[in-house]
Ligand binder design. Structure first.
Ligand SMILES: *Cc1c(COP(=O)(O)O)cnc(C)c1O
Length: 404
């Protein structure tokens, strides 16, 4: 008889986005003439840039000729892309990473989850609260989270991120083995500076823990002294794995490409984690498509870089419009400076979902209730700069009008 992985039965339904969709659909059905504006989206909206498109077209043509056809590629990705990553994302920041420490992937989400394959089920996992739900769900599926008590998982270490600590987690009392950190952060938009990250790197080194660092929003950093990579912190090559993605950098959410860095110096129980991950990848992954890797390489060309920076400036301009508008409406807002996310405090201690409903009904704007990202998210909503500029401006005018 087939038995299913019992951990899946412990997962609560994908409540957050399903519930947002349900409430939105219900409102639209009752009010078909209202035009809703969605500021809850976590997906990019600008098209792929001309450099990326032309590199992919060229690669498609190469695939059609016998001389230049490419079959299975290296499990860790093509050297042309790994070298471009080093010279663009690591070397300029003084991060001591070489091309043979990088694995090209089909995105950061899959690797953030799949990396669990190389760690025992017995490890204690720490996550920020509020958090990108992927880290929690994948560990629940692997049996590392314990049971869900309706609010929290019994075996996870939660690291509260709130106004008191500036949304940067403090070191925990209960010692975790694996620590997920994501900066700049989704959903709070907070960015950790060098000193704050160093505290975590030192902690991991002292306690033999491993940091899984998600740097998906590194290109949104605008302030100095905010590290773009955890490897800017001394000692991180001995305690951290880093996940990056072309999704938010260059609009690859539907195109799929990212990379995972595992320094050769990262060892546990005498084993190189690079080698263990290579063993895993060579059995479970046959590589990111050549055409896509050529597209990603073009992101790093001078023209490609100019183009993606323009797209990011467009989103960050939306973020500024949201930030300034909500402030003007009297709300307390965070984020939007080194990240496309705005984390806004609800007025008068209103619950996240109540404020969500109010904005839906009175301003016809869809947001994301902070409580959906974890218990510490209660009392906040998340808005994103990923929308259309005109629509964003209009949405904020509506919200300001509603809150007057
Ligand atoms: C969007 C996002 C990613 C990117 O995921 P991909 O699978 O590369 O598209 C990773 N981490 C966080 C926190 C994100 O918000």
């Amino acid at each position: 008889m087939v038995k299913l992985n019992e951990n899946f039965a412990k997962l609560p339904g994908s409540y957050l986005f399903a519930e947002i969709a349900r409430r939105t659909a219900e409102y639209t059905k009752a009010n078909p003439d209202r035009r809703l504006i969605k500021l809850g989206i976590g997906d990019v909206t600008q098209p792929l840039s001309p450099s990326v498109i032309s590199a992919m077209h060229k690669a498609v043509d190469e695939m059609g000729s016998k001389e230049s056809f490419m079959g299975y590629g290296p499990y860790e990705g093509y050297a042309f892309l790994r070298e471009a990553i080093v010279s663009h994302d690591y070397a300029p920041f003084g991060a001591p990473i070489s091309a043979d420490e990088i694995f090209i992937s089909d995105g950061a989400k899959s690797d953030c989850g799949n990396i669990g394959d190389i760690f025992s089920e017995d490890n204690i996992v720490a996550v920020c609260d509020p958090v990108y739900p992927v880290y929690v769900d994948v560990n629940a599926m692997a049996g590392r989270a314990g049971d869900y008590d309706g609010t929290r998982w019994t075996n996870l270490v939660y690291l509260p991120c709130n106004e008191r600590n500036g949304f940067i987690p403090e070191l925990p009392v209960r010692k975790p083995d694996i620590i997920y950190l994501c900066f700049p952060n989704n959903p709070t938009g907070a960015a950790a500076n060098k000193e704050q990250l160093k505290l975590w790197v030192d902690y991991a080194l002292r306690n033999d823990a491993i940091i899984l660092f998600d740097a998906a929003y590194r290109e949104y950093i605008t302030e100095p002294d905010i590290p773009h990579s955890i490897y800017e912190i001394e000692g991180a090559t001995e305690c951290a794995i880093e996940f990056c993605s072309f999704s938010k950098t260059a609009g690859f959410t539907g195109t799929r490409c990212g990379y995972t860095t595992i320094p050769r110096a990262l060892k546990r129980e005498g084993e190189s984690l690079y080698d263990v991950w290579m063993r895993r990848q060579s059995s479970k992954y046959n590589g990111t498509p050549y055409i896509i890797q050529r597209g990603a390489e073009a992101v790093y060309s001078p023209e490609g870089e100019r183009e993606y920076k323009q797209q990011i400036a467009y989103y960050m301009n939306n973020a500024a419009v949201i930030r300034d508008g909500l402030k003007q409406a009297g709300l307390t807002v965070y984020g939007g400076v080194n990240s496309p996310y705005i984390w806004a405090k609800t007025p008068d201690g209103m619950q996240s979902w109540d404020f969500f409903d109010k904005l839906l009904r009175e301003a016809n704007v869809v947001t994301t209730p902070g409580a959906g990202f974890g218990p510490e998210g209660e009392g906040f909503i998340r808005l994103t700069g990923f929308g259309d500029a005109e629509a964003t401006k209009q949405a904020i005018e509506r919200i300001v009008g509603t809150l007057k």
